[in-house]
Structure formats: C-alpha cells, structure tokens
Design a binder for this molecule. Structure first.
Ligand code: MG
Ligand code: ZN
Length: 376
C-alpha cells in the first residue's frame, strides 16, 4: 500500500514538473516582434522564378519552416486580395471585395486593433496605394475595397504607427475637399510626401507616414528603386527605437507581383518578385541579429496561373518539341487561381507555420505564438 502511494506520488511529481516545463518553454519561445511579408499573387512558380532569374541566392532559401495555405474566400474558390488580406488581418473568411468586414457586412476586429491595446506598435508598407486592398484590411472596415477615400479616413483614425506607400491623392485630393494629411499631423505624424528619410529625423516623433505617389508607387522598371527594402529597414528602426516599448507588428507588401500576373507580363512579374525578395532579406537580417522576431512570408493567392514552362520549338522538318534548356514564362489566366500558396517562417514560433491549413490560420498562429491576445 505504502509502496503504491510512493509510486503515485512520484507520478504526480513527474506530471507536475512536465507541465511546468512546457509552460516555461512556451514563454521562452514567444516572439517580441512579427514581420509579415505578403507577396500579392505569389504562388510557387513566382517564387521559383527567383531561383532562375535572380543573380544572387534568393532570400526565400533562408527559411527552414515551410507550409501551404488554402486561399479560398467564404463564397468563392478563388479569392481576391481584399478577402485574402481580411483572412490574415482579422482571422475570418469573407466575400471577395470585403475589407475587414464579415459576410454580413459587420466590422471584425483586426490584428492591429487587438495589439494596439497591448501597447504593441504597428507598421504597414506597400508598393501600391496604402489604401489598396491588402494593406487596407489591416486597419479599415469597408464593404468595398473600391472606397479608397473612406479607407484613407479609417487609416487616419487607426492606431497604425508607421506607414509607407503610395496614395497621397486619397488624402489631399478628395471629393469631399478635405486634406486629411492635416488630421494625420494633428495625431503627431511626421509626414513626408517626397522621399523616405533617415530614422534620425523621426527621433522626436511617435508616428511616421510616407506617401510617395498619388496612387500606386511606380514599377521597379519605371524607377521605384529600393523603396521596399529601404522602407522595411526604416520601419524596423523606427518601431524599435524606444527601448522600453519596442515590440511591433509589421506588414510589408510586394503589391505589384500580382499586377505582373494580371498583365501576363513575365518580366514585370519577375522584377517585382526579386524586389520583394530583397525586402525579405532585410527582415531576415534584422530577425537573425535580434533573435526575438518572427518573420512570415506568404501570399494572398496566386495570380496568372504562372508557369515556368519548357520552350516549344520546331525541328527543321516542322515537328514541335519541348526545349528543356530554355524556360518560357507562360500564363493560363488574366485573373487569380485557386492554387495553394506557400508560407515561409523564421524565428521563434516558426515551427507553428508548417503543414497545410486555411489562410485564416496565419492570424490565429500569430496571436497564439505571441500571446498578444489577452482578452478571452
Ligand atoms: Mg495587394
Ligand atoms: Zn490581383
């Protein structure tokens, strides 16, 4: 009898110790910062193109934890960027065109609204207008992605601490005649409509906005330069500048990979993809030295049914054959496709992002690994 009691006691002790240990481990792995990079329209062939057409090893090659997401929206097999981004930002499946609202058009709390009450800072970067569907889902609530001027108002009223992209016209050339850049100033924003600056200029500011084009930023081929990489570095420096309050969430979008896909323009697509890969490199460089930053790279959907096909050629006697020495960039649609898209993760919590899951899992997993959602 005594012996049994001792054994039981030991078992309870072992169980208790195990539980404690798991608990401690959970706390150890929670990342302080999350950088989510979204390559709009970037499926596996788009990513593969970097491995054939980028002169240096792609930064995609630096990830060890890789998964796949199912991108369908609530009503359609093939999502658009609005429903796709709402899945990431709010954790729900909704209809195509919806920005931060559910199927019944009611507002759904987004990641930035959840974390700002925990004093975690936030930044958004895009090579489209900052009011475009992908960034908009992280701060706005609108039944339609097309309401860019209303979406701009939501950005002014949001708790976003840093943003960079295009879209000045939706702030200062509005149908209602207002210049809502003034309202951003009143909220304490440093505003620059000409170029990215050095972080030293922002020392006395708690918020910073860069609106560098009337609508979308120019294409890489039309002189955008290294805006995306530079803005990523600047946002990291700005959001982590206060030592006592340096936790942040950032979303960085390579918007125009999607537009190259829609245009069935392989060179446009690949140049934008390589630029996005450069920005991934900046996020990873920071995460490697910081040690407390989770980097996630994914896409809202694939665009164009893009393929790195072999090139069809003809022999002298007119017979068609496939030349395996030469890649032809081909497309099957001017729209999006339903293909699953890859997810790459680096840093504390990155193991959580392997496997195959719904796009809403990105939102759930970010909140789970960071412990950022304190309510309920
Ligand atoms: Mg987009
Ligand atoms: Zn698209």
């Amino acid at each position: 009898m005594e012996f049994k009691k001792i054994i039981l006691g030991c078992l309870v002790l072992i169980l208790f110790t195990c539980k404690q240990k798991i608990h401690v481990n959970n706390e150890v792995i929670a990342p302080k910062n999350v950088i989510l990079l979204i390559g709009d329209g970037t499926g596996l062939s788009q990513i593969s193109s970097a491995f054939y057409f980028k002169e240096t090893t792609p930064n995609y090659a630096r990830f060890k934890h890789i998964g796949l997401i199912i991108t369908s929206s609530s009503k359609q097999d093939i999502t658009d960027s609005a429903a796709g981004a709402t899945a990431f930002a709010c954790g729900i499946k909704t209809y195509n065109g919806a920005i931060g609202v559910a199927d019944d058009s009611t507002d759904v709390k987004n990641l930035i609204e959840i974390i700002s009450s925990e004093n975690i800072k936030s930044g958004l970067i895009s090579t489209s207008s900052i009011t475009h569907a992908t960034p908009a889902a992280f701060y706005a609530h609108n039944i339609s992605r097309n309401s860019a001027e209303e979406i701009a108002l939501d950005l002014v009223q949001s708790d976003v601490d840093f943003f960079a992209g295009g879209g000045t016209g939706f702030f200062n050339k509005r149908k209602d005649g207002k210049n809502i850049l003034n309202e951003l100033k009143e909220k304490g924003f440093s505003i620059d409509t000409t170029a990215l600056s050095d972080v030293s200029i922002l020392q006395s500011y708690s918020k910073a906005a860069y609106l560098l084009a009337d609508n979308a930023m120019p294409r890489i081929s039309e002189g955008r330069g290294d805006f995306l990489s530079k803005a990523t570095e600047l946002a990291i420096q700005f959001l982590s500048k206060d030592e006592n309050n340096s936790n942040f969430f950032m979303m960085v979008e390579g918007s125009q990979i999607d537009w190259g896909g829609h245009a069935n323009d392989g060179l446009y697509l690949v140049s934008e993809l390589i630029d996005f890969d450069d920005a991934i490199g900046k996020a990873l460089d920071f995460a490697e030295q910081d040690g407390n930053t989770l980097v996630i790279v994914t896409a809202d959907h694939e665009t164009g049914g893009f393929t790195l096909a072999s090139t069809t050629k003809k022999t002298e006697d007119g017979k068609e054959y496939s030349d395996y020495n030469e890649i032809s960039m081909t497309f099957s649609t001017n729209g999006h496709s339903a293909a699953l898209v890859p997810v790459f993760a680096y840093g504390p919590g990155s193991e959580e992002f392997t496997g195959i899951y719904e796009n809403t899992g990105i939102f759930d997993k970010i909140l789970r690994v960071t412990n950022w959602r304190k309510e309920n």
